[in-house]
Design a protein around this ligand. Structure first.
Ligand code: HEM
Length: 411
C-alpha cells in the first residue's frame, strides 16, 4: 500500500536555500507534525521525520547504504552509473560507510581491533595537551575564531597524531577533506565534483605513499597497525587501508569541528546554561551530549530499501526506494525528548541520534566525545567569560551542518 505522503517543500523544506539552513528547526517541527514520512520529490527521497522511525531505520537490516552487493543499477532503476569521478569513487570503494555485510563486517572487525575504546581512552592526556596548546595561541589575543583558530587545528592534529600522519600536512588534509565532503550534499555542481575528484586523487596518492613508508618501518601509530592487523588469517588489502585512512581522516574532524561551532554557539547563546557548566553543576561530557542533540553536525543519512515489506511511520516501502533519515528533526521530536526545543545542558540523555545506530554506528564516537569533553572543560576553566562577538552564519550546506566562523572574545 502506498498512501499519499505530504510534500515537505510546501512546508518550507529547502535544503539548498541559505535562509532555510539558517533556521531549519521550525520547519522540522512542521514536517514532523505533517507526517512521519514525507516525499522530497527533487531527489525522490522519502524523509523520516520522527525519532522512533529514524531509530528503527538505522537498525533495520533490510535497508542498506549500498545495494550493489545484491542488485544491479538497472534493477534499481538507476541510470548508468556516473563514471566521471573515478578517483572519488576509488577513494570511497572500501569506505566502511559504503559497505554492507559481509564486506562491512569483515573490514569493520579488523579496524575495530586497532581502533578500540581503550586505545582512545589512553589518548586523553595527549588530546588535552593538543587542545591546551591551541588555546594558548588563541587566548593571548583579543578575539579569535573558535573554528579556524582552535577547533580545526585541534581536531586535525588529534586525528593525525592517532593515525601517524605528519602534523605539517594537516592543512593539505583539511583542504582535500573540505573538497571531498561536498559530494555528500544535495545539489553539488559539476565544478565542485571535479574539485572533489582531484582532491580524492591526491589524497589516495598521499596515503598510498605513507602506507608504503609504514610498511617498511612500522611505528607506534594506527596506520602501522592497520597495515599489520590480522584476524583469523584475514588482513586488510592496500586499497582497503587507503579508503579506511581517508574515511578516518575526513570523518575524524569534519563533524567534531562543526560540533564545537554549533554547540558552543548554542551554549553561549544561552548564558544561563553556560553558567551551569561554569558552576560545576553540569559536567562537560553531559553538556556535550546536549550540544550534539540540539544542533547536530550531520543532518541526514540515506538508505536504500533492499527488501519489500519494510514499513516506517505507517508507509510500506518497495525495493529500490530511498529513505532519508532526518537526524536534526528526530533529535527535536517532543515524543522522545521533553521540551525538545529547549537547550538544557543538564539533560543527560546520550541516546540522541547524533552518532547513528546499528551496524554503521560511528566508530569514532569515543574519540569525538573525548575531544569535545576536553574542549568544553578547558573553555570552562580557561575562558569562562567567552562571548560571541559577531553573529555567526551557517555554511550553505544542509547535510553537513556547520558555521563559517565563530568569532569570540574571552575577556
Ligand atoms: C561529533 C563528531 C561525529 C559525529 C556526529 C559522527 C557521526 C557519525 C554518524 C551519524 C555515522 C553513521 C552514518 C550512517 O549510519 O550512515 C558515523 C559513522 C562513522 N564515523 Fe563518525 N561522527 C563523528 C566523529 C567521528 C570521528 C572522530 C571519527 C574517526 C576518527 C569517525 C569515523 C566514522 C566512521 C569510520 C564511520 C563509518 C562507520 C561504519 O559505516 O561502520 N566519526 N559517524
Amino acid at each position: 500500500m502506498t498512501a499519499t505522503v505530504p510534500d515537505p517543500v510546501a512546508l518550507g523544506f529547502a535544503p539548498t536555500d541559505p535562509t532555510f539552513i539558517a533556521h531549519p528547526y521550525p520547519v522540522f517541527d512542521a514536517l514532523r507534525a505533517a507526517g512521519a514520512v514525507l516525499h522530497f520529490e527533487p531527489r525522490d527521497l522519502f524523509l523520516l521525520t520522527r525519532f522512533a522511525d529514524v531509530h528503527a531505520a538505522l537498525r533495520d537490516r533490510r535497508l542498506g547504504r549500498a545495494y550493489d552487493h545484491r542488485y544491479t543499477a538497472e534493477e534499481f532503476g538507476n541510470p548508468i552509473p556516473d563514471d566521471r569521478w573515478p578517483r572519488f569513487d576509488e577513494s570511497e570503494r572500501w569506505s566502511l560507510l559504503n559497505l554492507e555485510p559481509p564486506d562491512h563486517t569483515r573490514i569493520r572487525r579488523l579496524i575495530t581491533k586497532v581502533f578500540t575504546a581503550r586505545a582512545i581512552a589512553g589518548l586523553r592526556s595527549r588530546v588535552s595537551d593538543i587542545s591546551s596548546a591551541q588555546l594558548d595561541k588563541c587566548l593571548g589575543r583579543d578575539d579569535f575564531d573558535l573554528i579556524a583558530d582552535y577547533a580545526q587545528p585541534y581536531s586535525v592534529t588529534v586525528i593525525c597524531t592517532l593515525l601517524g600522519v605528519p602534523i605539517e600536512d594537516g592543512p593539505r588534509l583539511l583542504a582535500w577533506s573540505h573538497a571531498i565532503v561536498k559530494m555528500y550534499e544535495f545539489a553539488t555542481p559539476d565544478r565542485e565534483r571535479t574539485q572533489a575528484d582531484h582532491a580524492a586523487g591526491e589524497f589516495i596518492d598521499y596515503v598510498r605513499a605513507l602506507i608504503g613508508r609504514r610498511r617498511e618501518s612500522p611505528r607506534d601509530d594506527l596506520i602501522s597497525e592497520l597495515v599489520g592487523v590480522a584476524d583469523a588469517g584475514d588482513r586488510l588489502t592496500e586499497d582497503e587501508i587507503i579508503c579506511t585512512v581517508i574515511v578516518l581522516l575526513n570523518a575524524g574532524h569534519e563533524a567534531t569541528v562543526n560540533t564545537v561551532g554549533n554547540g558552543m554557539k548554542a551554549m553561549l547563546g544561552h548564558p544561563d546554561q553556560w553558567a551551569r557548566v561554569l558552576a560545576g553543576e553540569v559536567e562537560p561530557l553531559t553538556a556535550v551530549e546536549e550540544m550534539l542533540r540540539f544542533d547536530p553536525p550531520l543532518q541526514l543519512f540515506e538508505r536504500w530499501v533492499l527488501d519489500d515489506g519494510v514499513s516506517f511511520g505507517g508507509r510500506t516501502f518497495r525495493v529500490g526506494e530511498r529513505i532519508g533519515m532526518m537526524f536534526g528533526s528526530a533529535n527535536r521530536d517532543p515524543a522522545r525528548f521533553p521540551a525538545a526545543g529547549t537547550f538544557d545542558v543538564g539533560r543527560g540523555d546520550a541516546t540522541h541520534i547524533g552518532f547513528g545506530g546499528g551496524v554503521h554506528f560511528c566508530i569514532g564516537a569515543p574519540l569525538a566525545r573525548l575531544e569535545l569533553e576536553v574542549t568544553v572543560g578547558q573553555l570552562r576553566d580557561r575562558a569562562p567569560d567567552l562571548q560571541v562577538i559577531e553573529e555567526p552564519e551557517y555554511q550553505p550546506y544542509f547535510v553537513i551542518r556547520g558555521l563559517t566562523a565563530l568569532q569570540v572574545s574571552a575577556h
